[in-house]
Ligand binder design. Structure first.
Ligand code: PXP
Length: 245
């Protein structure tokens, strides 16, 4: 079965928050992404609320008809938020206020106790739980131990190597993701992947057996801005011309 696509709409909110006004609305972007055929919507409610706001995720919960994957830090505040919201899936990610994006995977092994409790609460409420990890065997084993349903492999190193043209590093990262996918599958975990994937580098990751869904944000939102530019400029020219007539 072909791998599914989860569209991360955070960057639409990033553009809106640059002006702190109402547009563009990430909820509208989610509806359009679903109309285009994506299989899920992903949004990261960060503790600093730098892009997605509480209002967005609540509206998304009501509007999304595919499945809503809420990315979140495994903090007590966020776990409570997820229990109230009831997304279809919670993806637990590390959060660092100074980072530009989620720069590495969660160190599940080092936070096993705290994560086991958070995961148990979410699962008791029928929320599927995924942990965002680097493709390393210690993290896969720890993910199994803490009771996660899914792992999401961080593809950032693979993507960077691909875009730098470093073919040795691409091969080594790709084989780490392939091997760790097999290990996770052997443990009965389900597997997603994402971060830094774009129109050039997605193919080899999409071809890995047992990966169910890719979560992709930046490249899709960036492409939407460019392929939509001509139409947006024409529509503004039309609005100006109407004022003339
Ligand atoms: N998956 C996770 C867990 C993420 O944190 C992110 C970034 O928010 C993505 C996927 C999407 O990454 P990108 O925006 O680089 O496609």
């Amino acid at each position: 079965m072909a791998v599914k696509l989860g569209v991360n709409i955070d960057h639409i909110a990033t553009i809106r928050e640059a002006r702190k006004i109402r547009e563009p609305d990430p909820v509208a972007a989610a509806v359009l992404a679903e109309l285009a055929g994506c299989h899920g919507i992903t949004a990261h409610l960060r503790e600093d609320r730098r892009h997605i706001q509480d209002r967005d995720i609540r509206l998304l919960r009501g509007m999304v008809t595919t499945h809503l994957n809420m990315e979140m830090a495994p903090s007590p505040e966020m776990v409570q938020f997820a229990l109230d919201l009831h997304p279809d899936m919670a993806t637990l990610v590390p959060e660092n206020r100074l980072e530009i994006t989620t720069e590495g995977g969660l160190n599940v092994a080092a936070k096993a106790e705290e994560l086991s409790q958070a995961i148990a609460k979410l699962k008791q409420n029928d929320i599927l739980v995924s942990v965002f990890i680097d493709p390393e065997s210690s993290q896969v084993k720890a993910a199994k131990k803490v009771g996660a349903d899914f792992v999401e492999f961080h593809t950032g190193k693979y993507s960077n190597a691909y875009d730098m043209g470093d073919s040795r590093e691409v091969e080594s990262e790709l084989s780490a993701i392939q091997d760790m996918t097999l290990l996770a599958h052997k443990y009965g975990l389900r597997i997603n992947a994402g971060h830094g994937l774009n129109y050039r580098n997605v193919g080899p990751i999409a071809a890995i057996p047992h990966i169910e869904e890719l979560n992709i944000g930046h490249s899709i939102i960036g492409r939407a801005a460019l392929v939509g530019m001509e139409r947006a400029v024409k529509e503004m020219l039309e609005a100006i011309r109407r004022a003339d007539s």
